[in-house]
Design a protein around this ligand. Sequence first.
Ligand code: ATP
Ligand code: MG
Length: 190
Amino acid sequence: MKNIIIFGAPGSGKGTYSDEIVAKYNMGHISTGDVLRGEIKNGTELGKIAKGYIDNGQLIPDELMIDILAKTYDSLPKGQGVIFDGFPRTIAQAEALKKMLSERGDDMGMMIELVVDEETLLARLLNRAIEQGRADDNEVTIKKRFEVYHNQTAPLADWFEKEGIRNTFTWNGTKEAMLADIYACIDKNN
Ligand code: ATP
Ligand code: MG
């Protein structure tokens, strides 16, 4: 199984689709957002640092994030493929991921980009605020996260295009239809 990078704006469904893909293909899963929320919950030093950034809708600094990613990756069983959910979010992180994997005789596999219009994203995140109570799912922080996404993360799509591994899926109103397209893409690329 090849590695998969799942890419998209806040609320685009990275976590939701990752869970489905992980169950179907029995892959490893790294959600950097979940890792950071776990650290905050456990009151670790890293969690304290991360909270300041997350609550402001900002990205955690690259050096810190790259270190966390490598440690998490090395803790997973080998040979099953890993889905990277929420990482990379900057060009520096993407370059670091490529290098980290190649040092381990592995590669990025394929990138799956989820494209969803901003109105739908906002509605989903506000709904998630009610269901899950995530501190950063409030309107002010959401707007900041969109801005950070546009400025720092969206340009990465072209970087993946140049790597020749970009696969784009645009929200068409049903999760099942989108998932079927994604599975077809994964099967073709494996
Ligand atoms: P969703 O999970 O719905 O797609 P999201 O992408 O905003 O939404 P997470 O991926 O859970 O949510 O990330 C939440 C926050 O954690 C980010 O806003 C950021 O502060 C921090 N974070 C997560 N991943 C990274 C990363 N790769 N680099 C820097 N900061 C990160
Ligand atoms: Mg998520």
